[in-house]
Design a protein around this ligand. Structure first.
Ligand code: DQA
Length: 143
């Protein structure tokens, strides 16, 4: 059974409240329960982690070494700023898939650059919560 780590970055705990026109009306708890359902359907084991702190995300990625088969990551705002998260993903070498709920390519210019994305094999962008499902499917079916 594949073990997936799902990482969500800053402010994603505010889903449902934060900018619903962009991120939707469903909250983080709803996302977690969807992820658990999808994991069951896919026959995967899943752990979810959310943090508003860059270093905590780096620590979590490092701790995943040897413990997880895949990482689904939505680094949120750290996507566009964090070389540390990029380096952590490269350091552990665990297959990773990037998710963004909104379409970062059609928003402000600064959202087009993704550091973490450079260490990800697959990208699911602008698909809402479904992006997490697609990323999980990708990592489970990957050889
Ligand atoms: C986001 C997009 C980022 O630009 C933003 O900072 C977020 C969420 C998304 O899921 O669409 O916090 O990663």
């Amino acid at each position: 059974m594949k073990k997936l780590l799902i990482i969500n970055g800053p402010n994603l705990n505010m889903l449902g409240i934060r900018e619903p026109a962009i991120y939707g009306a469903q909250n983080y708890e709803t996302l977690l329960s969807m992820i658990r359902t999808w994991a069951e359907e896919l026959g995967a084991e899943v752990e979810c982690f959310q943090s508003n702190h860059e270093g905590d995300i780096v620590d979590k990625i490092q701790a995943a070494y040897g413990a997880f088969d895949g990482i689904v990551i939505n680094p949120a705002a750290y996507t566009h700023t964090s070389v540390a998260i990029l380096d952590a993903l490269k350091a552990v070498g665990i297959p990773a898939a990037e998710v963004h709920i909104s379409d970062v390519n059609t928003r402000e210019e600064f959202r087009k650059l993704s550091y973490a994305g450079m260490a990800c094999e697959a990208h699911f962008i602008g698909l809402g919560f479904d992006g997490y499902k697609k990323a999980m499917e990708y990592l489970v079916s990957r050889k």
